[in-house]
Design a protein around this ligand. Sequence first.
Ligand code: NI
Length: 434
Amino acid sequence: MPEPLSVELDPPVEVPGGYPMKLAAQVGGSHVQASWTYMDGLPGLNTHLDSWLLGLLDAAAPAGSRYRPAMALNNVPAVSPDMTVSAVPVQASGTIIVVREKVTRAGTNGMGSVTSGTVYVDTVSGAVHGGAELLRPEAMPTIQSRILGVPAEIAAPSPQGPPLTDLVLDPSGQLTVTAELPGAPGRRVSMRMNASDTGTALSDYGRQVLGQLNAAPAPRPATAPALRHVNCDLVPCAALTYDDGPDARTTPQLLAILAEKNARATFFMTGSNAAANPSIAKQVADAGHAIGNHTFSHANLTKLPPPAVKKEIERADAAILAATGSAPTMMRPPYGAADAPVQAAVGKPLMLWAVDSLDWQSKNPAVFVPKVLKEITPGATVLMHDVQASTIAGQLELITALQGQGYQLVSVPQLFEGVPLVPGHVYRSRPARQ
Ligand code: NI
């Protein structure tokens, strides 16, 4: 007999290269809490999770509007949210990771509802398979009728049976099937099939998965932290940027604060300072931050002829490459000074800023920290200078406040993930999702 079940089937498992994400948002009249796990090197899974989450959030938004990351700012997690969304890895063996997705909606009169699904991720091909692919199509009606607790002979044919989307196969070969009862949305039953019954129901793909669930986890390459996937259409992101360094005294202090707060940032270095402090430049790169080109000598490029502009960029690239092992793919013109000839000559996307802290002008955290907090919006880049001791003095307060509001602090490449960056074009903030 199927057993009624509303408990967690499996505890989450640790997955190498997995990193947890959280969101608390006020979407329309609903307080939504979401938690999920992205995985390095599995863009198919990460994209699948993003589409799933954005679909749920868009559906919760008022008619005619869509979810915006700003809806996830300044939300104190509710004791009992209206909707709880989770996607957690429950198995990770061989080349297979199993992710279980669940949506719990608080109903009126305590009549909540739960929907769930399972996806199987192939860590070699990156493909994402739905749970139903584990089964031979011919085996489905029998399982659907068992779920309903009625004999197979009088079961509704497959199209009317409960859709089978939540199937957790364990290494011993048992299959736990959870399904919604037809005509009773959100009311679920769950049953566990023994290894023998499961064996006859598995498709070729299901048998491959079972083999992998009994193998040692396959190693996967790590992703550089500055390039790790974060969807800034989903979570409110901000990119803190620091210009004019690296500086032997102040930059390491900033690195320590960023490490303490687990924040990613971007450093627009001059080639002359990278050449003078190559070990500091390397520390910045090794700490997982992005590095951009800020010319060699901090020149006002609009006052130089194109060949001299090119030379400023190339010399800075060479110095940063020598120090860190990689050349920047983006640049920021000193003083934000760029005109059409400069844009044509630099050969990289020009990353300006949306929020100017004017930290160099006030030299006072009590002035620039509130200014940034007042002007910042999701998707913004923020201009600061890591060569100023007063700037460093305000960073712990600024970062703590931004994270407290719900901002994810990301590198510029993370902020613009999915946005094609064109050499010569100017960028200030991530464009809103269309
Ligand atoms: Ni500068």
